[in-house]
Write a protein that binds this ligand. Structure first.
Ligand code: GDP
Length: 478
C-alpha cells in the first residue's frame, strides 16, 4: 500500500503545499504525485502525531480467512490421520483392508463398511483415521492443492523385495511434507523375507532403526495374514502422542475434501475430513468453489450421524456442485454468508477458467516444454493387467527428451475412473490407458476438467506417441 504526497495531504486534511514544505524541512524532496517511501511517511506522520497503519488487503475469497482464531485453552487431543505409502505391490491395499477388517467391525455390529475415502478404527480406546487412497500420488496432489491432512505416513516395504523406486519417491514426498514415517516391513510370511536387508537399504535414506542408533520405528508384519497389525497401531498411537496432535471440537468445523462425485439419486456427494471443530447436519458450508447446507451425513460404517468431530471422515450431501479432492471446506454461522462466499469463489473460478486453461495435453506438450512451463510430464497409467502397467511404466520412464522426463504419478489395473481424472487434473497429468477405457463418469470428468486421455493397444505405440509429443512432432489428432 503506497501513498502519494497528495493523497496523504487529503488524509491528514492538510494543504498539499504544507506537506511538501514539511517534507523539505525533513530533507525529503517530493512532488504532489510522488509516492512516499516508508521512512518519509513515518517521519511526516510523526510530525503530525498520527500513526501509520498498514492497510492489509484481505482476500475475501480465501476460505482460510474465515477460520476463527484458535483458543489454545480449548485444544484437545485428536486422532492421527494416517496415509499408507510404498512401492506398487508391496501390500498397501492389503494392509488397509486388513486393518479395516480386523478393527472396524469389532464392536460395531451391524456396520457395513462404506468406502468414503477414509475410515476410522479404535485401538486401546483411541481412534486412528486411515486415508483409503494409498500412495504418495494422491497425498501429493492434495498437498499441491494446499491441503495437508496426513499426520503420519506408513511406508510399506515388502520384506522379499526391499527398497524400490516408488519406496524412495514415497520417502521423499513424506519428507517434503515433514510428515513422520513409520516403516512397515510387510510380507514377513514369505520365504524370501529379509527385514534386515530392508533396514540396511533404508539407512541410505536416513531411516535408521532405534536399535541402530536412529529414531525410525520399524514394524514387521504380514498384511495378508493380519500379523503385526496391533504392533503397527500401537506405534501409530505412540508417534501421534509425540506429535501432540490437537484440535478444538467446540467451534465451527473446517477441513478438507477427500473425494467427491455426482450421484444420480443423491446429487453431489463429498467425503470430508473434519480437521477442526465439529461438523453438524444443517451447517451452512463452503466447500472449494461450491456451497450448500449439510443435508445428510454418514460415517465410514454407512451410519447416519448428526455430528462429527476432529479427524473424523464423513460423507455429506447437500452441496450445489461437486468439489475436488483437496478442496478446503469451512462452515459458516449463517447461510447467507456461506452463499455469498460460495458464489464469489465460483465467479473467480469461472474467470480463471476463461483466462487461461493450461492443462497438459500431448498436443501442446512440446510448446510447454519449449516455454519451460513444464519440466516433467506427469502420467497416470491404467492397464488391463499389472504386467502391462509395469512394462509400460518402465519404458515411459526411460524416455528423456532434452532433460524432460516422464513422471508416473499413479498406476492401476482396470478401467480409467473418475478418480484417475481428478488426480490427473490436480497434478496436471495426462492419462494413458492400455487395453482399458474410461468409464462414463471418467469421460465426463475428463471433458469438464480438460484432461487428455490416450488409449492404446500396443505398448511401443504408446511410447512412440509420448516421445513424439515431447519432441514436438505429434500430428494434431483432431
Ligand atoms: P499395493 O499395490 O501396494 O496396494 O499392493 P497390494 O496390497 O495390492 O498387494 C500386492 C500383492 O501382494 C497381492 O497379491 C497381495 O495379496 C500380496 N500381499 C500383500 N501383503 C502380503 C503379505 O503380507 N504376505 C504375502 N505373502 N502377500 C502379500
Amino acid at each position: 500500500g503506497s501513498i502519494t504526497v497528495g493523497e496523504l495531504a487529503e488524509k491528514l486534511n492538510k494543504e498539499t503545499n504544507e506537506i511538501i514544505k514539511k517534507l523539505m524541512f525533513l530533507g525529503v524532496m517530493a512532488t504532489k504525485n510522488q509516492d512516499l517511501d516508508e521512512d518519509a511517511l513515518e517521519l511526516i506522520c510523526g510530525e503530525y502525531g498520527v500513526e501509520v497503519e498498514e492497510e492489509v488487503e484481505v482476500d475475501k475469497s480465501d476460505l482460510t480467512n474465515y477460520i476463527a482464531e484458535e483458543d489454545p485453552e480449548k485444544l484437545e487431543e485428536r486422532p492421527p490421520v494416517v496415509t499408507i505409502m510404498g512401492h506398487v505391490d508391496h501390500g498397501k491395499t492389503t494392509l488397509l483392508d486388513s486393518i479395516r477388517n480386523t478393527k472396524v467391525t469389532e464392536g460395531e455390529a451391524g456396520g457395513i463398511t462404506q468406502h468414503i475415502g477414509a475410515y476410522q478404527i479404535r485401538e486401546n480406546d483411541k481412534k486412528v483415521t486411515f486415508l483409503d487412497t494409498p500412495g504418495h500420488a494422491a497425498f501429493t496432489s492434495m498437498r499441491s492443492r494446499g491441503a495437508q491432512i496426513t499426520d503420519i505416513a506408513i511406508l510399506v516395504v515388502a520384506a522379499d523385495d526391499g527398497v524400490m523406486p516408488q519406496t524412495i519417491e514415497a520417502i521423499n514426498h513424506a519428507k517434503a511434507a515433514e510428515v513422520p514415517i513409520i516403516v512397515a516391513v510387510n510380507k514377513m510370511d514369505k520365504e524370501g523375507a529379509n527385514p534386515d536387508r530392508v533396514m540396511q537399504e533404508l539407512t541410505e535414506y536416513q531411516l535408521i532403526p532405534e536399535d541402530w542408533g536412529g529414531d525410525t520405528i520399524f514394524v514387521n508384519l504380514s498384511a495378508l495374514k493380519g500379523e503385526g497389525i496391533d504392533d503397527l497401531l500401537e506405534m501409530i498411537l505412540l508417534v501421534s502422542e509425540v506429535e501432540e496432535l490437537k484440535a478444538n471440537a467446540d467451534r465451527l468445523a473446517d477441513g478438507t475434501v477427500i473425494e467427491a462425485q455426482l450421484d444420480k439419486g443423491r446429487g453431489s456427494v463429498a467425503s470430508l475430513l473434519v480437521q477442526n471443530g465439529t461438523l453438524r447436519v444443517g451447517d451452512p458450508i463452503v466447500v472449494g468453489n461450491t456451497f450448500g447446507r449439510v443435508r445428510a451425513m454418514v460415517n465410514d460404517l454407512g451410519k447416519r450421524i448428526k455430528s462429527a468431530g476432529p479427524s473424523t471422515p464423513v460423507e455429506i450431501t447437500g452441496l450445489n456442485d461437486v468439489p475436488l479432492a483437496g478442496d478446503r471446506f469451512v462452515v459458516f454461522k449463517d447461510e447467507k454468508q456461506a452463499r455469498q462466499i460460495g458464489e464469489m469463489r465460483q465467479e473467480i473460478q469461472l474467470e480463471e477458467k476463461r483466462g487461461s486453461q493450461s492443462r497438459v495435453s500431448l498436443d501442446d506438450l512440446f510448446e510447454q516444454i519449449k516455454q519451460g512451463d513444464i519440466k516433467d510430464i506427469n502420467v497416470i497409467l491404467k492397464a488391463d493387467v499389472q504386467g502391462s502397467v509395469e512394462a509400460l511404466a518402465a519404458s515411459l520412464q526411460k524416455i528423456d527428451v532434452e532433460g524432460v522426463k516422464v513422471n508416473i504419478i499413479h498406476t492401476g489395473v482396470g478401467a480409467i475412473k473418475e478418480s484417475d481424472i481428478i488426480l490427473a487434473s490436480a497434478s496436471n497429468a495426462i492419462v494413458i490407458g492400455f487395453n482399458v477405457r474410461p468409464d462414463n463418469n471418467a469421460k465426463k470428468a475428463a471433458e469438464s476438467e480438460k484432461v487428455d486421455i490416450r488409449l492404446h493397444r500396443v505398448i511401443y505405440k504408446a511410447i512412440e506417441e509420448v516421445e513424439a509429443a515431447m519432441k514436438g512432432m505429434l500430428d494434431p489428432e483432431f
